[in-house]
Design a protein. Structure first.
Lengths: 108, 123
């Protein structure tokens, strides 16, 4: 299995802050990485795919980068709607598809 | 707009089989290139992919950790796909989501999700 490790697990930040979350893969996954946002009681929402491509309708304050084994998602100016848990997911290998453990972005 | 809705029993007894259905509306499940999947999330924990299936019913891919207990099928006539998980234990208690890949399993993420349904395994 390809293990996905996110850091930090929890992040405290204020509105307007620049926030970066890191995801590391246990082996190279090229750019086959997605980021999802999940709010309490809701399904995950796709934000970014292929490491850096913004899903339609996602605000431009979100950006993704990386390839191989190290990836980041950055929120350039944190908004109240962005407080949520973020997951990375690799889809380089379907044996199995795997998610990171999640990063909870909370209000400082 | 594509919508997915999970349905099935919210309570299953240990050792029995969990059965869920995902009904697709606003689009046809019988559409080339799309795979349909199941993902679960134990309360307060992270996401685990269960498996995905092509609209035609084959090929399909299961998480090796669940492969011996999982079956996913498609009913094109009803625009639904289903999950069966046998011999359940308390560890299978989770919110179960159905979702659609944007294309193939190994090159596309999941961009449409159902709201999820909580299944509790308890006697």
């Amino acid at each position: 299995d390809i293990q996905m490790t996110q850091s930090p697990s929890t992040l405290s930040a204020s509105v307007g802050d620049r926030v970066t979350i890191t995801c590391r893969a246990s082996q190279s996954i090229s750019s086959w990485l997605a980021w999802y946002q999940q709010k309490p009681g809701q399904a995950p929402k796709l934000l970014i795919y292929k490491a850096a491509t913004l899903e339609s309708g996602v605000p431009s304050r979100f950006s993704g980068s990386g390839s191989g084994t190290e990836f980041t998602v950055t929120i350039s100016s944190l908004q109240p709607d962005d407080f949520a848990t973020y997951y990375c997911q690799q889809y380089n290998s379907y044996s199995p598809l795997t998610f990171g453990g999640g990063t909870k972005v909370e209000i400082k | 707009q594509l919508q997915l809705q999970e349905s099935g029993p919210g309570l299953v007894k240990p050792s029995e089989t969990l059965s869920l259905t995902c009904t697709v509306s606003g689009g046809s499940i019988d559409s080339s290139y799309y795979y349909w999947g199941w993902i679960r999330q134990p309360p307060g924990k992270g996401l685990e992919w269960i498996g995905s299936i092509y609209y035609s019913g084959s090929p399909y891919y299961y998480n090796p950790s669940l492969k011996s207990r999982v079956s996913i099928s498609v009913d094109k006539a009803k625009n639904q796909f289903s999950l069966k998980l046998s011999s359940v234990t308390a560890a299978d208690t989770a919110v179960y989501y159905c979702a659609r890949h944007t294309g193939t399993v190994s090159t596309t993420p999941l961009n449409h999700w159902g709201r999820g349904t909580l299944v509790t395994v308890s006697s």
